[in-house]
Design a protein around this ligand. Sequence first.
Ligand SMILES: C[S@@+](CC[C@H](N)C(=O)[O-])C[C@H]1O[C@@H](n2cnc3c(N)ncnc32)[C@H](O)[C@@H]1O
Length: 335
Amino acid sequence: MHSDLAFLSSLELSDIDRVTTANLIFDVVDWGHLQPRSLTVGEVNDYFGNLAEKYSSNDDIGSQGVRSVLAESPRYSALSLASVTGKVYSDLWSSFDDVEYFDKTLELLQTRFTANAISIEKFSSCLDAGCGSGRYSVALKKMNPHMSVTGLDVSSDAINFGRQMAKRKGVEVSFQTGSVLDLPFEDESFDFVFSNGVLHHTSSTEQGLREINRILKPGGGCWLYLYGGKGALFWDIVECCRAILRDVPQEYTQNIMAEIGFEAGKIFHRCDFFYVPTNRRYLESEVTAMLENSKFSRWHRLERDVGHGWDEILWNHPNTSLLFGEGEMKFWVQK
Ligand SMILES: C[S@@+](CC[C@H](N)C(=O)[O-])C[C@H]1O[C@@H](n2cnc3c(N)ncnc32)[C@H](O)[C@@H]1O
């Protein structure tokens, strides 16, 4: 599938059609979430067949409503189609409201920890390595108020945003800029590291793992989440969408999606996949080889998740491996 993707980006489609088409294609993922029992190769083929028919019979792909909204809306008149900024994530987080940022994140993390029997009670210092908006740094502090929490990210926009949000709610988290590939901390500085969806976006996952190992205290623990599902349909869908949206600025896509009625969390989730420059994915055997090379002593795969998470769906409906492959690569790792 990947070798044909140039064809998608060269199609004669308007930017609005590109955004709506990418979202229609990505709907297969939600479809897999909603009806996990019935997702089969035949159904997926039917889905893409129907989409192809829409292409040939109606080049607007249902976007007429969006087009008229845009025509009326002055807020889009100054939209620049010229450049995609490098600020993929900070642009996405800025639209989170308090419920999404504070309440939903805390609930999500608590459910994930409980489902996988993880307790962070005993830890006294935590590094959120690649904290982004800082939403998990804040949630971790709330879960264990006795633990000092440091949020670190390479993006100063993200760090400033996290600082503002934490301050506004009076949550004590220290934020600083820096790279997870060259952590600005002494050896054995933390007893807990939270690395959630970060290292697969860097130039070297293994260098990041070596750094985490270096700054962890002996016996310390690490929550590690890397992209999984290598080779599964999910990533083919992502690559299709990326090819279709290649020349459409992120800001434009976000605005259209908001206008269509997507909530902030879903815009974040999709645009993350659509726009982030690097997103390597792994098989379980590849993760364990990297952990071994990075000198960790023990680890186990975290197999449960919240209801809509890949791993939870796979746990309950193994036939969804067509879409999700081996699932996400979440591990509890010890030095
Ligand atoms: C998908 S976001 C995850 C953010 C956060 N962990 C979460 O789960 O909400 C990836 C984050 O990694 C950060 N990042 C990418 N490369 C980095 C690096 N070398 N050092 C530190 N942060 C990095 C990005 O700026 C972004 O905030």
